[in-house]
Design a protein around this ligand. Structure first.
Ligand SMILES: [Zn+2]
Length: 209
């Protein structure tokens, strides 16, 4: 279902854009958001089709891959769109689609990330991961699908809360990872304690020290 998935994705994106645009600003809105939806849908449809992300080749079963495609285009659509903007930025920066890693994984992998030290996952798009951190990143893919439109607000809210109210200082491992510089406050402190990272680091990876 490579090509089918790509075409379906482009059509669904366009339909969302037309409906949301029409609700917001009538015909003009439908044309503008429909056009944006079409462009983003072509981008994601191309990435999904050319890598076979939702097709055969990975470990997941055909019903699961169809289900993931449906979730990514309905309940988790806000995460998918956020991931597409992230994917677009990666491609503009000259990074490439990692088709081998994406195939059958129900996830779009990019070969590099902006930061060489970290992988980043937004929605179903994952940049810069290798096998030592892929399970961690796939936890984030799962979290987004589970919580749908709530996921990004819950993550952003936790970052904001832990930045201004560092409750994590109470249970942070100060001996192993001292917070002794301002830069470390965020990277060693806030970031690994935010709920989605705290969970993912329990599955795979070591928080930065
Ligand atoms: Zn993470």
């Amino acid at each position: 279902m490579r090509t089918g998935a790509g075409v379906a994705s482009a059509l669904v994106h366009t339909a969302y854009g037309v409906v949301l645009g029409a609700l917001a600003a009538g015909v003009t809105g439908a044309l503008i958001l429909g056009g944006i939806g079409l462009l983003l849908g072509i981008l994601y449809g191309w990435a999904a089709a050319s890598s076979g992300a939702y097709a055969d080749g990975g470990s997941s079963s055909p019903p699961r891959r169809i289900w993931m495609f449906l979730v990514d285009h309905t309940w988790s659509m806000p995460n998918t769109v956020a991931g597409e903007l992230f994917l677009l930025a990666q491609l503009v920066a000259g990074h490439s689609l990692d088709r081998t890693t994406s195939a059958g994984a129900c996830r779009i992998s990019v070969d590099r990330n902006f930061s060489p030290r970290y992988a980043t996952t937004i929605g179903p798009v994952c940049a810069g991961a290798d096998p030592t951190i892929q399970r961690h990143e796939d936890v984030h893919v799962f979290q987004a699908r589970l919580l749908g439109p709530l996921y990004l607000p819950l993550v952003a809210g936790n970052y904001a809360l832990f930045t201004v109210a560092p409750i994590w200082l109470i249970y942070h491992d100060h001996a192993a990872a001292p917070i002794n510089r301002l830069g470390r406050y965020f990277e060693i402190g806030v970031y690994p304690h935010v709920w989605n990272e705290a969970i993912a680091y329990r599955i795979q990876g070591t928080p930065p020290r």
